[in-house]
Design a protein around this ligand. Sequence first.
Ligand SMILES: Cc1cc2nc3c(=O)[nH]c(=O)nc-3n(C[C@H](O)[C@H](O)[C@H](O)COP(=O)(O)OP(=O)(O)OC[C@H]3O[C@@H](n4cnc5c(N)ncnc54)[C@H](O)[C@@H]3O)c2cc1C
Length: 527
Amino acid sequence: MPELAPNDFDLIIIGAGINGAGIARDAALRGLKVLILDKDDIASGTSSYSTRLIHGGLRYLEHGELGLVRESLREREVLLQIAPHLVRPLPILIPIYSGMKRGRTKIRAGMIAYDLLSLGKSLPQHHVLSTVETLRQMPSLNSEGLLGAAVYYDAQVEFAERLVFENVLSAVENGAKMIAHARVEDFATSDNHLIAATYRLQSGESRRAAARFFVNAAGPWVDGILKRTVSDPNEQLVGGTKGSHIIVAPFVETGSTAIYVEAQTDGRPFFIIPWNGNYLIGTTDIRFDEDPDEARAENWEVDYLLAETNKLFPGANLRRDDILYSYSGVRPLPFTGEHHEAQITRRHFIKPHKHLHNLVSIVGGKLTTYRRLAEECVDLICQRLNHDCGKCRTSDLPLPGALNYESFAREFAKHSEFSLAAKSRLLRIYGSRADDVVEFSRNEGRSDYLDEKQSILAGEIPFSFDKEFAETLTDCLMRRTMIGLNADMGLPQLEIANGIAAKCQNWSDERTAIELEQYRSFIQNRR
Ligand SMILES: Cc1cc2nc3c(=O)[nH]c(=O)nc-3n(C[C@H](O)[C@H](O)[C@H](O)COP(=O)(O)OP(=O)(O)OC[C@H]3O[C@@H](n4cnc5c(N)ncnc54)[C@H](O)[C@@H]3O)c2cc1C
């Protein structure tokens, strides 16, 4: 193993998605000197484009993946404890219709198995509803052929972007270095080891960083990274599948309950989920071999999701015009050749490389199980580096916004001078760090509101740049303040937010105009 010079790192992680961020946090907490590089922003890849569930994966039971379900349920419980401001329980209703591929008996058996695997967890067990009870709970549901429903619990991470960010923040608080907008382009190797990575900054400047160990956590771009090493150039680790979602304004009254139902066209299960004041509907599952950056919801996917929703809620009459926006992501699943998409395992793999002894690549996995993957990965790195890292602490240590969250939330809701809408929003996004946002805004003289609902503080814009490593307007709106995920995609606040960002970042007029243009073009892709 090469010697470590003073400016070198123990570990370089390529990719600041949920997996890279989780590994960085764990490694930094165990005393390793970590550098994280991302070609774009923190959480700008697949981790922003998921269905946002922290779930055991009821569907994986069908494929006999009991181990994966058990692990996911255990991790669901851990995340409810270490990130209660971001990960919340979600009731899910499965309507049962005559003629469905998965009938009443199969669904009941699945529910019982799920409960057994969840034993000792904090979420309630499932219950069954008769037809009348189902329609009482969801009166707009199609009643034709309805036999009843099952209701079970999983969890939702409304802002997965913030879960990723808080892992990076915790890593940085424990000594890691994060460089975003730094595309890894090349590697130096010696004697079957990687020595250094070369990365290019947005300015065009090229830099080099050396380390003793490297993790390729580039999600669906994993093979692209491998092609730049002297690892086997023909090796294909990832076989991506694309999944699309549409977001529509509330069109039925489901309360806080999500719906999980088999599509009539092809029997694939899909979700209709109350999310961020709207409904998130998805997803599809289609093989995708193109550049993951180019994944978009195609017309037929959108039509499929609309048609299936309209069959379930005949009064909804949803049309394309009703879609607020859509998004698509590519699952970085293990390459399996000809397997049917739904049959490809959602387990994760930490792949060593025969010709490069100090590199591993992360393949597969889910938001739900990132912490466990990170633990396994850092255990392996410590062993390879012959470094006594001690035990993993991430299952007990709350994420930064979760520190004393319950008591903080109670006091903040009672005593803060802000509107109810602002208090609730600040807690949902920043957890107990809401206090830092408020104090920062006050010090900056920016405690005024940005929106008519009086829910967004103007001070959140400079806070995202000053305290949360945002570098562009798109970082700030899409992945820190979450304004870009609102129904209006932040358009009413756009100019003023850009003005505030320009002032606090000293942007030139040219840069200010570019930032605005780049945000507009980013959201155009979601329309
Ligand atoms: C449609 C869909 C629905 C899903 N739903 C769920 C769900 O409900 N629950 C769940 O648990 N999981 C879900 N998943 C799975 C989950 O989202 C992914 O497994 C997970 O986000 C992958 O994270 P990652 O960190 O491996 O990859 P990513 O989030 O893609 O991160 C990889 C990072 O690497 C960076 N990168 C790439 N190339 C370079 C380079 N050359 N230099 C530097 N950086 C680079 C990218 O910019 C990116 O930020 C879903 C996935 C999809 C697509």
